[in-house]
Design a binder for this molecule. Structure first.
Ligand SMILES: Nc1ncnc2c1ncn2[C@@H]1O[C@H](COP(=O)(O)OP(=O)(O)OP(=O)(O)O)[C@@H](O)[C@H]1O
Length: 253
């Protein structure tokens, strides 16, 4: 029997007269990678932002692990076990990579970022060890004492992923995790996400790069003009003529 951890239930979102999402329903299975694809302006980021509490839907709700997310603030949703990687990395450029990865661990433990407590970090050996392990895992260990602002865009995105992983989320939401990366960085990120998948973490991923989508996704939902127009396994979606017309044909042309 399937085990659904995330339900998007009849979600609508309008910005003034513009309908960004219309009657969107999704079911995300525990431990799986669920990709959301679609052309530019389809509503993918809006949907992700509804899931993390940054945008309130005009109608409908999102339920995660039996709790309604749409009535909670972003930091409360984070405390419930939902982490996200944004299109533009949200890191602390003046702090070292190690400090960047340690801070969200305090947020997970204390319920808030303790930016002013950086000097106390050295005493937190358990969290430091965990952060060192994660930096090793994502291949940034050699630069752990460098300032995060000195990293390339691709490495900043991987650092942000590490900042999510230390929170041990039950659900990880990724908004174009490989955007702006060179092919070898993209492949490293795919390999990292495959390793995380093997550990059973549920993921929702928005991605334009079909190589990434077909390498990772168990299920794909296709959004076009704010509506889900197709859903299924990668093979089902690849062969769906509506999808080819709305998106894949365009991407593969
Ligand atoms: N805050 C906002 N105010 C007004 N319109 C918005 C806002 N956010 C998004 N939109 C509009 O809603 C629609 C969906 O945008 P969204 O960013 O969710 O699409 P997307 O599928 O993520 O696109 P892309 O792939 O280009 O990132 C677009 O027409 C966009 O211009």
């Amino acid at each position: 029997m399937s085990d659904i951890v995330l339900h998007v239930d009849n979600v609508h979102k309008s910005f003034g007269g513009l309908r960004a999402l219309s009657d969107v329903n999704l079911e995300v299975e525990s431990g799986k990678v669920h990709a959301i694809i679609g052309p530019n302006g389809a509503g993918k980021s809006t949907l992700l932002n509804v899931c993390i509490g940054r945008i309130r839907p005009s109608h409908g709700k999102v339920v995660f692990d039996g709790q309604t997310l749409t009535t909670h603030a972003p930091h409360e949703i984070n405390q419930m076990g939902v982490s996200r990687v944004f299109q533009t990395p949200e890191i602390f450029p003046d702090l070292t990579l190690l400090e960047n990865v340690m801070i969200p661990a305090f947020a997970r433990r204390d319920g808030a970022f303790r930016l002013n407590a950086i000097r106390a970090l050295s005493g937190e050996s358990e969290i430091r060890e965990e952060a060192e392990f994660i930096l090793e895992d994502i291949g940034l260990s050699a630069r752990r004492h460098h300032e995060a602002g000195s990293l390339s865009r691709g490495d900043k995105r991987r650092l942000e992923l590490a900042m999510c992983l230390i929170q041990k989320p039950k659900l990880l939401l990724l908004d174009e995790p490989t955007a702006g990366m060179a092919r070898h960085d993209t492949n490293r990120t795919i390999e990292l996400l495959q390793r995380i998948k093997a550990r059973g973490m549920t993921k929702v991923i928005i991605e334009h790069d079909m190589h990434v989508v077909f390498s990772l996704a168990d299920k794909i939902s296709v959004l076009a003009q704010g509506r889900i127009i197709a859903e299924g396994s990668p093979d089902e979606v690849r062969g769906n003529p509506k999808v080819r017309e709305a998106y894949l044909g365009e991407a593969e042309a």
